[in-house]
Design a protein around this ligand. Structure first.
Ligand SMILES: O=C(O)CCC(=O)C(=O)O
Length: 275
């Protein structure tokens, strides 16, 4: 189940995203939140800054999400049946912080080519206009890649504060999700998100991205996990799935992978941001 319907495929084709898609229950989402918060309590710096990447390598519940068959069925509808998991990111916006995401296109800086890949944004808490859900510029994935300013601005949760100018706000759509739902978005769709004005955290676990086995990393190196199918290309090194929470060896692998990501994200940049 949960292969995308023809209406959902049309939404993706026309708008560059499909949302909302039910994945797991609110109770399951709460258990996942508890596991994230346990890691934060036991290892206060582990998920901070560039540590927010690849938490699925140290958390069995996030690993389960990344390999969830409902998500993979939907992803298969878009990129085919041979699927790799290439990095994940926790996008957390705490209340009383000024975190936002400037409008950008993922394909501009992630280095994955060809664009046979898709990002899954999984809501671990509700995500809505009050707490800073993602907004998508509907249809913008049909255009070329746009010029991005690099702003390194305070509060921006993107590495370099990559920003597309003059986004017509009236053409953007809020992706409102309940905890346990997800959205899928195209590598070229312009999207961003505002500040969290609520008094609770907004947590998104983002598989960024699911890539077809034919996709290369052209800016550096990423290791991957096989999520489904077969990989006859073998472009990437493989990482084992975690078997236990905060396992010492997994923590080392996560660190190594995140160092690779820093090289990709800051390639050619004179300055380095927070993430
Ligand atoms: O979580 C957010 O607000 C933005 C996430 C994002 O930009 C992405 O998933 O590509």
């Amino acid at each position: 189940m949960t292969y995308l319907s023809s209406n959902q495929l049309k939404q993706y084709e026309d708008e560059g995203f499909v949302s909302p898609i039910n994945i797991f229950s609110k109770d399951k989402a709460k258990k996942i939140r508890d596991e994230i918060e346990l890691i934060e309590k036991e290892m206060p710096e582990e998920l901070e800054k560039s540590g927010r990447y690849n938490a699925h390598l140290i958390s069995p519940l996030l690993d389960e999400v990344a390999h969830n068959s409902k998500i993979l069925n939907a992803v298969e509808s878009l990129i085919g049946k041979n699927i790799l998991i290439c990095s994940t990111t926790l996008f957390i916006k705490n209340p009383n912080e000024k975190g936002f995401v400037s409008y950008h296109q993922d394909a501009k800086y992630i280095g994955l080519e060809p664009l046979n890949w898709v990002t899954a944004w999984v809501a671990i808490t509700d995500s809505n206009e009050h707490n800073g859900c993602m907004r998508m510029w509907s249809g913008s994935h049909k255009d070329d890649l746009k010029i991005h300013d690099q702003k390194f601005n305070e509060g921006n949760l993107l590495t370099r504060g990559q920003t597309v100018k003059n986004v017509p706000k009236e053409k953007t759509k809020a992706l409102i999700l309940k905890a346990g739902q997800m959205s899928l978005h195209h590598p070229k769709v312009v999207h961003g998100s505002d500040i969290n004005h609520s008094n609770d955290r907004r947590i998104g676990f983002v598989i960024q991205s699911y890539i077809g086995t034919n996709v290369k990393q052209v800016l550096g190196k990423n290791s991957v996990q096989l999520a489904r199918g077969i990989d006859k290309f073998n472009f990437h090194e493989r990482i084992e799935r975690t078997k236990s929470l905060m396992n010492k060896n997994d923590l080392k692998i996560k660190k190594k992978e995140n160092d690779y990501l820093q090289e990709i994200f800051y390639r050619g940049s004179e300055k380095k941001g927070t993430y």
